[in-house]
Design a binder for this molecule. Structure first.
Ligand code: SF4
Length: 269
């Protein structure tokens, strides 16, 4: 026979004393709520801070960077001209290998990255390469390009080499159609990378596609022009695309007003 434990003896004495004292009933203990098994509850000392994961472990789980991600990670404020040239070259290389937009890839002769001064104060952005640009690999080289050159040289009294010129998409949309929203979105890292590298003070959007994509708005170009917008701290002026001006010469007057607004902001007028 098992010997009663010390606890059993104590309990028997307690109930005997209580009974002699006239206690016939004891209140029930409150029911205990189940405690969820959390990571904190399982720690030896639940009050202590959880262990910090070693940085090496965290790094080991990250996928390795693509060449484009590496190039974009090199873009920092205050880059030298040589560093900017190298980054723009790497971005252009990534663009030339890009196959994200199947219809544009199937129709392009070559990609059209951008051209101009990597230290430019002013960047012009159009919508996409046309037939001449696709053939020559440079933006704004056809009749529209000649009109843009006139605006820069005759109107602004600057040289084309002083500014930088690029487009929302770097491959020619077939039939000169507008770039589709998903094509513009796919090409956006190249546009943002170009602008972050050059770090201009001013941007001039040429036409609705450029203005709406850069500023992420669906407002008409007629409402966007004539005022200053902001893109990441850069002052933005929107005006008509030179191709539109060739079809509607009367709109040149409005564009000249927009260019004068830009020149005043640049302190050149
Ligand atoms: S338009 Fe831009 S994102 Fe699309 S295939 Fe050409 S380079 Fe790539």
């Amino acid at each position: 026979m098992n010997r009663p434990s010390r606890l059993t003896d104590l309990l028997a004495d307690f109930f005997e004393d209580a009974n002699r004292a006239g206690v016939t009933d004891l209140p029930a203990a409150p029911a205990l709520e189940p405690v969820p098994l959390t990571e904190k509850a399982l720690r030896a000392d639940p009050g202590a801070e959880p262990p910090v994961q070693a940085p090496d472990d965290a790094m080991a789980k990250r996928p390795s960077q693509t060449p484009l991600e590496k190039t974009l990670a090199e873009i920092k404020p205050g880059l030298s001209t040589r560093a900017k040239e190298a980054i723009l070259r790497d971005l252009a290389r990534a663009v030339s290998a890009c196959v994200l937009c199947p219809e544009l890839v199937a129709n392009r002769t070559q990609t059209v990255f951008g051209v101009g001064n990597p230290d430019a104060e002013l960047v012009f952005i159009g919508e996409g390469p046309g037939v001449d640009e696709d053939r020559q690999g440079e933006p704004f080289v056809g009749r529209s390009g000649q009109l843009l050159t006139d605006i820069i040289v005759k109107g602004m009294k600057m040289r084309r080499e002083d500014v930088y010129i690029c487009n929302v998409v770097r491959c020619r949309p077939p039939g000169n159609r507008n770039p589709l929203p998903n094509e513009a979105a796919c090409c956006r890292p190249f546009l943002d990378g170009t602008l972050r590298t050059i770090a201009p003070k001013y941007i001039c959007c040429l036409g609705a596609v450029a203005a709406q994509n850069l500023l992420q708005t669906d407002q008409a170009i007629g409402r966007l022009r004539g005022k200053i917008h902001d893109y990441r701290g850069i002052q933005v002026v929107c005006t008509y695309h030179p191709a539109y001006l060739l079809r509607n010469p009367a709109a040149k007057r409005d564009t000249w007003e927009d260019i004068k607004l830009l020149l005043r902001r640049m302190g050149r007028m």
